[in-house]
Design a protein around this ligand. Structure first.
Ligand SMILES: [Zn+2]
Length: 233
């Protein structure tokens, strides 16, 4: 009987140690889990900010999940909900937006570039002159944001105007004022041509996520400036 009595406290002590270890391991896992989730979220946000320009071509192995839109257009799945919400809000405000360009494969970008080039050479320009002229307007394959699936061209439905002439339509005006609320930015604004190296494209919108879009809007930055300011290493 005496022996049993002396063993009890030791058993209790072991139990306490075990419980403490379980608690500590649990807390550590919880902490690590939170850190990991935060890290993944940050990584995802940064991926939405992938810069594509003359110095930063689309990476060969760039690969994301795509979603087919109703109009036969395809975009990065991460921007679908915001894109649809934006188009719906624009319609409610009296606009008539339609997605005319979205994800382009390498081949599609090549065709778009060659077509634009052909149009210019038909006017009598040499290929070199035409390429120079296109520099600010259309990208060579590998250098278009459309190859990310995060860019959309938005126009007014059934407009008689060309997309270049649509800047002041109700649809494009509404988008300029409100797209940031849905995570989209006007990628090549008139006042940033010097920085982007591209002419004003009132139709071209780029998804960067709501947080970044709001900051870009508030600070009146181009994507290049925003990345340089907050993400340059
Ligand atoms: Zn575009």
């Amino acid at each position: 009987m005496d022996e049993v009595k002396t063993r009890r406290p030791r058993a209790k002590k072991k139990l306490w140690i075990l419980l403490t270890v379980i608690l500590l391991v649990g807390l550590s896992l919880l902490f690590l889990g939170t850190r990991l989730r935060h890290w993944v979220e940050e990584k995802e946000k940064t991926k939405l900010l992938t810069l594509v320009d003359r110095e930063h071509p689309v990476e060969d192995d760039y690969n994301v999940e795509f979603t087919l839109l109703g109009e036969g257009q395809m975009v990065d799945s991460r921007c679908v909900d915001d894109l649809e919400a934006m188009l719906e809000a624009c319609r409610r405000a009296g606009g008539r937006p339609v997605v005319t360009e979205s994800f382009r494969t390498w081949g599609a970008q090549e065709r778009a570039y060659e077509e634009a080039l052909a149009k210019l050479t038909e006017t009598g320009l040499s290929r070199e002159q035409a390429e120079q002229r296109l520099e600010r307007m259309t990208e060579q394959p590998g250098f278009s944001e459309h190859q990310l699936g995060l860019a959309v061209d938005l126009e007014e439905q059934d407009s008689e105007l060309t997309k270049e002439q649509q800047a002041d339509t109700a649809t494009l005006r509404w988008l300029r004022e409100n797209s940031w609320r849905y995570g989209f930015i006007l990628r090549y604004p008139d006042n940033k041509s010097e920085v982007t190296g591209k002419a004003f494209r009132p139709w071209h919108y780029r998804y960067v996520g709501r947080e970044a879009a709001e900051q870009i809007h508030e600070l009146d930055l181009s994507l290049e400036e925003y990345i340089g300011m907050f993400f340059a290493s």
